[in-house]
Design a protein around this ligand. Structure first.
Ligand code: ATP
Ligand code: MG
Length: 474
């Protein structure tokens, strides 16, 4: 239930509940008080002396009742008990109390000579009536009536109005209190829970879960809060992960740069110490120093590229590329280099349909070179073969680079695209590398909206797949 609806309902309840409670209370009070109170008994007791006077007068000197001063005096005495006086001679009312509470009473006046059960008391719908009949000396028939309103509520109400006021106030206060408590509890409790959660998060406890207790506005707020917490947690975790990988990267870089530097230092020291006694040896030393320096240069280039890709500072110039023609160009470029190494490069038959993709030519070439370089570097067969092929499948262009080299062990396969990962960590000069080639390739392919993966069998060969979204297929 929404808070708005809850407030509206509570306001309605604030009106209805006290009303119902007050009515119930009044009914209960009258059930026990008014019913137990015998009005007739009260009626008789209240004004015994006045009534005795009236009785005496009607017996002894009924004509005195016709004097208005006497009637007024009696009426005045009766009015203290909320009673009124009526005098009737024959059918004519000769005296009617000015304060007669209801004219309906007159219709209930008993006829002359009619006598009721107790003390001539008659209880009508509107009035309780006690009467004395008398006969005037001139034989006219007279009756004197003492009447009182038969509404017990008036009587009870009059006596207990303070109690009524107290009861009404108590009911109002209770209803108000209970409703306020209920409504505020349903609002304040979840707000307190949210406040606690905020404090926990402020103190860095991102595992503090907020469970929505209701479906109202605060419930929705809790859900949003929980989403915010999860996102925050994700961000923080990602940041920690970045920090970790940054540390790892720095330690790897230092290690990988240290190795060639140490080697160069060793060779230079050798030269300085005069170990290179023959020009042949000197030549070898200098060549090694050159190779090591080249390795370092290459690695620094790779690191530079990685950091630019990471920071998103590497601009990509996407254009429409016909993959068939593109692969042909690449193969031609690499052909002679391969030939020299005794490896055969073969480009499989191109599909008849042109496959167009959206790519950055230079960067995509980098991907292919990194993959093909590996195929050459990790070739252990004398009849090394590398085959290139392309095909389109489900609006994806798939480039396949297959070699018959040493292959990759099953446990190493899932890691070859990780930075600095090398299946064979021993860094000798033939297969030397920093383990960055494939991670760079992967990053570039992902920037193209594609993916790269590998299949391999140890000592049989490796196949690398590069899948890129097709721009347009004609
Ligand atoms: N065609 C392949 N045949 C066998 N092993 C491979 C092949 N391609 C990759 N690998 C394995 O995957 C690892 C990671 O390759 P990656 O290209 O990232 O690094 P690298 O070649 O060692 O160094 P870099 O390319 O930075 O000079 C390699 O060290 C190698 O063990
Ligand atoms: Mg490589």
């Amino acid at each position: 239930m929404s808070i708005r609806l809850r407030l509206v309902l509570s306001y309605l309840a604030m009106l209805v509940v006290p009303f119902v409670l007050i009515i119930l209370t009044v009914m209960v009070i009258f059930h026990f008080v008014a019913k137990n109170d015998n009005p007739i008994k009260k009626f008789i007791e209240q004004d015994e002396s006045t009534y005795n006077d009236i009785k005496l007068m009607s017996l002894r000197e009924p004509e005195s009742l016709l004097k208005s001063s006497v009637a007024t005096e009696l009426d005045k005495r009766l009015s203290k008990f909320n009673k009124q006086l009526i005098i009737r001679i024959d059918d004519e009312l000769v005296y009617t109390s000015a304060q007669l509470s209801s004219s309906n009473m007159l219709t209930e006046l008993p006829a002359f000579g009619s006598s009721d059960d107790t003390d001539d008391i008659f209880r009508g719908k509107h009035a309780i009536i006690r009467h004395e009949d008398f006969i005037l000396p001139d034989k006219r028939e007279g009756s004197v009536f003492v009447v009182m309103d038969n509404n017990p509520f008036l009587d009870v109400g009059e006596q207990n109005y303070i109690w009524f006021a107290v009861v009404v106030l108590v009911i109002l206060a209770l209803t108000n209190g209970v409703l306020t408590f209920m409504v505020s509890r349903s609002i304040i409790r979840p707000l307190k829970a949210l406040q606690k959660a905020t404090e926990e998060i402020k103190d860095g406890n991102l595992d503090y879960e907020v469970k929505p207790r209701s479906k109202d506005e605060i419930g929705k707020l809790s859900v949003a809060f929980e989403e915010m917490r999860l996102r925050l947690k994700e961000t923080v975790e990602l940041q920690i992960q970045y920090e970790e990988s940054r540390k790892e990267l720095i330690s790897n870089i230092s290690h990988d740069l240290k190795t060639p530097v140490t080697a160069i230092k060793g060779y230079v020291e050798g030269i300085m110490d005069g170990v290179t006694n023959s020009p042949d040896k000197l030549d070898r030393y200098v060549k090694t120093i050159f190779t090591k320096a080249m390795d370092m240069d290459r690695m620094i280039d790779e690191l530079f590229l990685i950091s630019k890709l990471d920071l998103g500072k590497m601009p990509f110039h996407f254009e429409q590329v016909d993959m068939g023609a593109y692969l042909q160009d690449c193969a031609q470029e690499l052909y002679f280099d391969m030939e020299k190494r005794g490896i055969k490069l073969k480009l499989d038959a191109l599909p008849e349909e042109e496959i167009l993709i959206k790519a950055d030519r230079e960067k995509l070439k980098r991907v292919l070179i990194n993959i093909i370089e590996n195929a050459m570097k990790y070739m252990d067969k004398t009849d090394g073969k590398i085959s290139l092929s392309i095909h389109a499948k489900d609006s994806k262009a798939v480039i396949r680079v297959r070699d018959n080299g040493q292959g990759i062990a099953e446990d190493a396969l899932p890691h070859i695209f990780d930075r600095f990962y090398r299946a064979d960590p021993s860094r000798n000069s033939t297969t030397g590398g920093s383990g960055l080639g494939l991670s760079i390739a992967k990053q570039i392919v992902e920037e193209h909206g594609g993916q790269v993966w590998a299949e391999s069998e140890l000592s049989k060969g490796t196949t690398i797949y590069v899948e890129l979204p097709v721009w347009m297929k004609r």
